[in-house]
Write a protein that binds this ligand. Structure first.
Ligand code: ING
Ligand code: ZN
Length: 300
């Protein structure tokens, strides 16, 4: 394939292009970024995390992931756009970012080759394939909004962190010394900024802080995206539906990262997962606006 190269946001890119872009950044800007594979997917693809930092000591850190669900193509596209901005503006960064643009590389590849609407990873099962990685994290695993049937879209897997993709994320955090203040997972679609809990219609004690920052993000997203797009802010289980085993619940409950959000990018259903490429840039600008607001909120 091609060697390390730049990226563009007028079309959706396959896995090797995204990985080529991460390698390009690490090779071109070695002072501010590095790529690390935190493990392998079930089919053996590396799980590449880009670290962006200008080396200030004791900087707070933010984790960003995309592509937990294979068909949500706008998510990795928006995350690479955020990466581009952060690297371009790395001289003024006061935060370290750890970014996994494609958390489900096998599923992502499968959506390019075989089934555009595939959601889960690609674990082979006896009757059906795939585990929903956003039901496989280890807080209240197996609760509401999850299925024990491997043929369902919300199949939670055989146990918490049974999947190499979620397990790699857990191991990464267990071995990371960074000072995480926010954990953001990008999904689509629906235009929501969601905070815990997802497992039940309850609220964490500090939910007012998450709600306030979420509302501030929504306001700035509306202003920066260019199309006056509205995002609804609220608790996952109440605003959308209950779902246990999600990444944000785990990050908040067990990693104790205060600002844990799932952001559902565009649209509200007209195109759904098949968001046309002309919306990549405006949607990515919204996603970046959210990251800017969260970055400044964690410094207060
Ligand atoms: N939505 C998320 C899902 O995993 C979600 C919504 C996240 C609900 C976290 C509850 C907790 O189903 C999409 N689009 O994947
Ligand atoms: Zn999703």
């Amino acid at each position: 394939g091609r060697k390390g190269h730049r990226m563009e946001w007028t079309s959706y890119h396959e896995l090797n292009d995204i990985y080529g872009y991460l390698d390009y950044l690490a090779n071109t800007y070695p002072d501010v970024c590095s790529v690390q594979s935190i493990g392998n997917s079930i089919e053996g693809q590396p799980l590449k995390v880009l670290r962006i930092s200008n080396g200030r000591t004791n900087a707070p850190a933010i984790w960003i992931d995309g592509g937990i669900h294979a068909r949500e193509w706008i998510s990795p596209a928006a995350v690479t756009y955020i990466i581009d901005y952060l690297v371009e503006n790395s001289d003024v960064l006061q935060t370290d970012y750890y970014i996994l643009p494609v958390a489900n590389p096998d599923g992502y590849r499968y959506t390019f080759k075989y089934d555009r609407l595939w959601r889960k990873n690609r674990r082979k099962g006896t009757l059906c394939s795939g585990v929903d990685l956003n039901r496989n994290f280890g807080y209240r695993w197996g609760g509401q909004g999850t299925s024990s049937n491997m043929c369902y879209e919300t199949y939670r897997g055989s146990k918490a962190f049974s999947e190499p993709e979620t397990n790699a994320i857990r191991n990464f955090f267990e071995n990371s010394l960074a000072n995480y203040k926010a954990y953001i997972s990008f999904h689509s679609y629906g235009q929501y900024i969601l905070y815990p809990w997802g497992y039940d219609q309850r609220l964490p004690p500090d939910y007012r802080d998450l709600d306030a920052v979420g509302l501030e993000a929504a306001e700035y997203m509306k202003y920066e995206g260019g199309d006056n797009t509205k995002y609804i802010v609220g608790n996952s289980a109440i605003t959308l539906y209950p779902a246990a085993g999600g990444s944000d619940d785990w990050a908040k409950a067990l990693l104790k990262i205060k600002y844990a959000y799932t952001i559902e990018l565009r649209d509200t259903g007209k195109y759904g997962f098949l968001l046309p490429p002309q919306y990549i840039i405006p949607t990515a600008k919204e996603a970046l606006a959210a990251i800017k607001v969260i970055t400044s909120a964690i410094r207060k």
